[in-house]
Design a protein around this ligand. Structure first.
Ligand SMILES: [Zn+2]
Length: 149
C-alpha cells in the first residue's frame, strides 16, 4: 500500500525528488522534466557533492499567473512551463557565483539566472525544448544557449 511517506520520497533522478519539481498548485509535470536539465543538475550535484534544494521545477499556466500576480519576477512563458527549468538553492558555503561557474563548466549552453535573484539560481535548457515553435518574440530572442541574467 502506498503511504504519504513513500510518495514524498519518490524521485525522478538520484537527487531530484518528484515533490520538488511538481507544480506547486496542481502537482503535475514532474514526469516531463527534460532529461538534459536533469543531466546538468545531477552533474552539478556530483561536483558539489552536497544536497541542493530545488524550489521550483514545472509550473503550469495557472501557477505562473499566480506568481506574476504576487509580484514574482517571472513571465507567462517561463521555461518552467515547458519542463526545462530548475530553481536551485546552493548549499551553505557555495555562493550563487560559484554555483554559476560550476553550472557553466558542466554546460556551455545552459541558461543561467543568478543576478536577478538572491536566494536561488535558475538553470534551464529552454533552447532545446522549443526548436521551431518558441511561444513569443521575447522567447525567440532570449531562449538561446549560454544566456545569463
Ligand atoms: Zn499547477
Amino acid at each position: 500500500m502506498k503511504t504519504k511517506f513513500t510518495t514524498a520520497l519518490k524521485r525522478i533522478s538520484p537527487h531530484i525528488l518528484t515533490s520538488e519539481v511538481s507544480c506547486k498548485c496542481c502537482g503535475r509535470g514532474a514526469d516531463k522534466i527534460h532529461p538534459e536539465i536533469i543531466r546538468i543538475f545531477e552533474t552539478i550535484r556530483e561536483i558539489i557533492n552536497r544536497p541542493i534544494n530545488i524550489t521550483r521545477g514545472y509550473s503550469c499556466l495557472k501557477h505562473q499567473k499566480e506568481l506574476i500576480s504576487k509580484g514574482y519576477l517571472t513571465s507567462l512563458h517561463s521555461p518552467h512551463r515547458y519542463y526545462t527549468a530548475l530553481d536551485c538553492v546552493p548549499p551553505a558555503g557555495i555562493s550563487l557565483e560559484e554555483f554559476r561557474d560550476i553550472a557553466r563548466d558542466v554546460s556551455k549552453d545552459v541558461r543561467i539566472g543568478w543576478k536577478a535573484y538572491s536566494q536561488h539560481i535558475h538553470i534551464d535548457v529552454a533552447y532545446i525544448k522549443i526548436v521551431k515553435k518558441k511561444p513569443t518574440k521575447a522567447a525567440r530572442l532570449s531562449w538561446v544557449e549560454g544566456v545569463e541574467w
